[in-house]
Design a protein. Structure first.
Length: 129
């Protein structure tokens, strides 16, 4: 019985360490607050997002250009995709990348700021080949 207690403690600590590491991977990155017309620039794995938002009384008008990140020594620029959203005051919009990352854009209730965060791995399905 005395031998199983240390093994049990080690097993519990190992599971806690693995659980903590898994949680750290999915934990959202620090959110950044932006003002209207302030440039937003994010590196998300192999993707790059740049954008801005304009404010009116009811909405944050968000524009985001999303593309592959520029490769070192590349002679051509990646082709971006332009995304535009009307985000209601107090609302948010989320963009999933093909790499399993999530970008979240939250409009303040007064539409005078927008909180932007990038989150790590999301659940993904990979079919067996």
């Amino acid at each position: 019985m005395t031998r199983s207690v240390p093994l049990t403690v080690v097993a519990v600590l190992s599971v806690a360490a693995v659980s903590g590491a898994a949680h750290a991977q999915t934990k959202p990155m620090t959110a950044t607050v932006y003002k209207p017309q302030q440039g937003i620039s994010l590196d998300i794995g192999g993707k790059r997002a740049v954008g801005y938002f304009l404010s009116d009384a009811r909405l944050c008008n968000l524009t985001v250009l999303l593309s592959d990140a520029m490769a070192d020594g590349a002679e051509t620029l990646p082709s971006p995709t332009r995304l535009q959203f009307d985000v209601a005051a107090g609302g948010d919009v989320r963009i999933n990348t093909t790499e399993g990352k999530l970008l979240a854009f939250a409009c303040a209730t007064d539409t005078k700021s927008m909180t932007v965060s990038a989150q790590g791995q999301m659940a993904a399905y990979s079919p067996k080949r």
